[in-house]
Design a protein around this ligand. Structure first.
Ligand code: IP8
Length: 251
């Protein structure tokens, strides 16, 4: 099984509320279609379909109405993405975390994976996404797609885990590094900068932190630029490295 997250920065224009990057949506769907993998689990981020709404939820009194607007926004991106996948004949269906996951203090406490398992058995590609989710400690909380990836990685032990973003990998002192040893993450931490636009889930630093944790459990992943032509296909089909590998020890 391959686990692939496509970042909100790839699918949406993060500077404009609820605006999709149509060309990229198509380009991503085409590469997934061409790879012809039926053992794929997709996760996508929220980008401008969720982060501004989640920021409003968090700052304006945490109303159920703002929680709904957040879920509605990211669900509508999920629908647009799945429509595009279907137009490329990719048999994909949604799994909405609001309905299937609960949190405890911001971390996944329960995830009913029965639907996901049956989808894979039926050659259906599940498409999950970052979402606003009920939290037993705290009303609702924002669940990033990256935490979903880390959770599924530990549960399902995929053969490959990829995080497609709009940067070439982990940028350290202005240059992409080809490998991050999870044991040395603390040396890099202060140099990894977050996103300049609204990102309630902590941007690149949070993403890398999630991947460092799974690397420490022996699970390797790769962050790469999904906006560059062909990288998703290369990741899905070949063994060619396209971004930064995060693992334990030296590569
Ligand atoms: O874009 C965030 O998911 P992410 C989810 O994967 C919401 O961090 C609702 C903002």
């Amino acid at each position: 099984m391959i686990l692939l997250k496509i970042g909100g920065s790839v699918l949406t224009d993060k500077a404009r509320a609820s605006t999709v990057r149509k060309d990229f949506l198509r380009m991503v769907a085409q590469q997934i279609a061409n790879a012809k993998r039926d053992d794929l689990v997709l996760v996508h981020g929220a980008g401008s379909f969720g982060h501004p709404q989640a920021a409003a939820y968090l700052s304006k009194g945490r109303s159920i109405s703002d929680a709904w607007k957040t879920h509605r926004a990211v669900s509508s991106l999920n629908t647009l993405f799945i429509n595009e996948l279907h137009s490329q004949r990719v048999p994909a269906l949604p799994i909405h975390p609001l309905d299937s996951i609960t949190l405890d203090g911001g971390r996944i406490a329960r995830f009913d994976m029965a639907v996901l398992g049956l989808m894979l058995e039926n050659d259906i590609i599940p498409v999950l996404h970052g979402d606003i989710v009920l939290d037993s400690a705290d009303g609702f909380n924002i669940l990033s797609g990256d935490q979903i990836v880390a959770f599924l990685a530990q549960r399902m032990q995929p053969e490959k885990i990829g995080i497609g973003t709009d940067v070439d990998g982990i940028i350290y002192k202005g240059e992409k590094i080809s490998h991050l040893n999870a044991n040395e993450f603390e040396n890099y931490r202060k140099e990894i900068v977050g996103s300049s636009v609204v990102d309630v889930t902590g941007g690149m630093l949070r993403k890398v932190s999630e991947l460092v944790e799974i690397a420490k459990a022996g699970i390797q992943s790769e962050i790469f630029n999904a906006t560059r032509g062909g990288n998703i296909a290369k990741f899905l089909i070949s063994n060619q490295q396209v971004g930064t590998i995060i693992s334990i020890g030296t590569k």
